[in-house]
Ligand binder design. Structure first.
Ligand code: CDP
Length: 226
């Protein structure tokens, strides 16, 4: 058997999925696809239109009409991918505090999950890909050739996210970051549809005591073993 052509990486907020995903995709020459940015772009669209994120019907309708495009980075400004919302580059806007606060509420709705999952499958099955998210190995690509679940304690994840914000020159409060991550994890793992969970055929990597190079090495071992 050759190398795995569809690789799923799932895990909780700020566990290092995107960093690993980017490096692994680069090493293999595959497309890197971060599905989280689609939920973030939809949340931004809802906020821009002044919609109430608790209005399931309105958010569901928006998910079916809004146009979100994700692709390889076209600008060298530290981005991992381009994200367009109705033709507008929103790559950085989707990382705002407001989006962080509401993205997990928007991501529970059935109509939202269906619209996003359909688009994600189209992209995933047309390419050699590394796809990153919460429900990739469980729902989006259940037949992925390799499934990795990247984990780390809430405190280590909050410290990493805090450091990212400081590095971008943003004001950051560690305790607030920790609270927000825990809140998102709670909603993501207890929702009815496509909750965050470890599927049976996933390999769990805990990165509490591992640097990114070590995580990448472990992932590569899995790729070449499959
Ligand atoms: O980068 P970070 O780990 O903070 O989050 P993300 O991957 O950008 O995902 C943001 C949010 O989108 C998550 O907290 C989930 O609520 C939702 N999401 C999801 O429901 N399913 C996915 N496949 C990806 C993200």
């Amino acid at each position: 058997m050759g190398l795995p052509t569809t690789i799923a990486i799932d895990g909780p907020a700020a566990s290092g999925k995107s960093t690993l995903g980017v490096l692994l995709a680069q090493a293999l020459g595959y497309l890197y696809f971060d599905t989280g940015v689609m939920y973030r772009a939809l949340t931004l669209a809802a906020l821009q239109r002044g919609l109430n994120v608790h209005d399931e019907a309105a958010i569901g309708a928006l998910a079916e009409t809004v146009h979100i495009d994700v692709g390889p980075p076209s600008v060298e400004d530290g981005r991992d991918c381009d994200v367009f919302l109705d033709g507008q580059d929103v790559t950085w806007e989707i990382r705002s505090d407001a989006v962080n606060s509401f993205v997990s509420d928007v991501s529970v709705y059935a109509a939202v999950r269906k619209a996003m999952t359909d688009q994600q499958r189209r992209i995933a099955y047309a390419n050699k890909v590394v796809v990153v998210g919460r429900d990739i190995g469980s729902v989006v690509i259940p037949d992925a050739d390799l499934k990795i679940y990247l984990d780390a304690s809430a405190e280590v994840r909050a410290q990493r996210r805090y450091q990212e914000m400081i590095n971008r020159g943003e004001a950051a409060d560690y305790e607030a970051v920790l609270r927000s991550l825990k809140n998102r994890d709670q909603i993501d793992s207890t929702r009815e549809i496509a909750p965050l969970k470890v599927v049976e055929d996933a390999v769990v990597i805990n990165s509490d005591d591992l640097g990114i190079e070590e995580v990448l090495e472990k992932a590569k071992e899995l790729v070449y073993r499959v």
